[in-house]
Ligand binder design. Sequence first.
Ligand SMILES: Cc1cc2nc3c(=O)[nH]c(=O)nc-3n(C[C@H](O)[C@H](O)[C@H](O)COP(=O)(O)OP(=O)(O)OC[C@H]3O[C@@H](n4cnc5c(N)ncnc54)[C@H](O)[C@@H]3O)c2cc1C
Length: 386
Amino acid sequence: MDFSYSDTQREIRSAVTELSLRFGDAYWRDCDAKEAYPDDFVAAVTEAGWLAALIPEQYGGSGLQLMDACVILEAINAAGGNAAACHAQMYTMASVLQYGSDAQKDAVLPRIARGDLRLQAFGVTEPDAGSNTLRIKTFARKVNGGYVINGQKIWTSRYRQSDMYLLLARTTPYEDVKRKTDGLSLFLVDIARAGKSLQPRTIDTMLNHHTNEVFIENLEVEDTWRIGEEGEGFKYLLSSLNAERLLVASECIGNGSWFTGRASRYATERVVFDKPIGANQGVAFPIAQAHMALKASELMRNQAATRFDAGVPCGDEANMAKYLCSEAAWQAAEACMTTYGGYGFACEYDIERKWKETRLFRTAPLSNNLVTAFVAQHTLAMPRSY
Ligand SMILES: Cc1cc2nc3c(=O)[nH]c(=O)nc-3n(C[C@H](O)[C@H](O)[C@H](O)COP(=O)(O)OP(=O)(O)OC[C@H]3O[C@@H](n4cnc5c(N)ncnc54)[C@H](O)[C@@H]3O)c2cc1C
């Protein structure tokens, strides 16, 4: 496999970097301080067509591949931005593109490509189930022509910045299914039409992430808005989850290279004890080690994305890429924080902001413990822990 970047990917990287640098540190710092959603940035990325990258040309998108989308999100974060404000539109897309009906695609994709419709909310996690997605309780009861859904989601990010909600619910109780992965279904929910049957409550978090609990009461969804077959939702979800892991891995690579760039510059400029602090190996080595870890994790991301785009199984690689990239980015974040000394804690240097954003990815969208359990149990076929 050839993991070098294509000319198109190089062009994408430079165009996205140019756009992202128009929204500098002060812009993101201000959003963070006000806990404001970066509306102007997301509008600019949408207008430039980058959020429609994965939508086929026949629906008005650019018809690019996941590896190209990875380059887009990586470039945003490498320039100091936070692609998590809008990344979901790319990974929710994987389920819709692969398993959505033609009618669903006709209804939503051209509008998303035009920027008239936002599909930024992904409702999987529930308070009682936690990492054990198969134990979700939100239930879609079959009625004539559709479903009535009741339950609760937690950590639905960007719910208030979305027009549609990709929602996972049980259609057969856990106790009644043959295989644990059966009996889940995936729905596209129109948030405005849902009215009061969807009630969000903002979760106050340590970072600017716009995430919510969502209470679901007698939500009516027509059959036509169920993705694919009833009960097969977990299978459909996996393509979005693999895409999500790779896009998040790419944001981590972007964050990591931002940190090593800042840290190495600061280590060269900051003079203490009459010499640049970077002349001390105690300062320089952690930055160099983080750089090496990032470069190695980037190769795994590239391999996984190449497999995803080739349509061959990529679960092992996508999981390993998510783990390695998020740990390497965290290594870089810690090295940078240490290099900046006390100034790392001052908001005006932006280190603490990116540090918080980077820490998230060791826990969400899937905690690294669970990735490790996957590799132990599936890749290496060791005894299961759950
Ligand atoms: C800011 C933010 C945004 C999010 N956005 C979304 C979103 O948009 N949509 C969505 O659906 N979800 C979202 N999530 C949820 C996220 O995916 C979960 O928080 C994550 O998967 C972990 O689940 P949990 O918090 O319930 O932890 P738990 O499942 O309660 O686990 C707690 C700890 O125990 C560990 N643990 C649990 N079981 C095991 C085991 N068998 N072996 C080893 N360790 C174990 C976990 O690794 C974790 O460290 C978001 C979360 C955050 C914090």
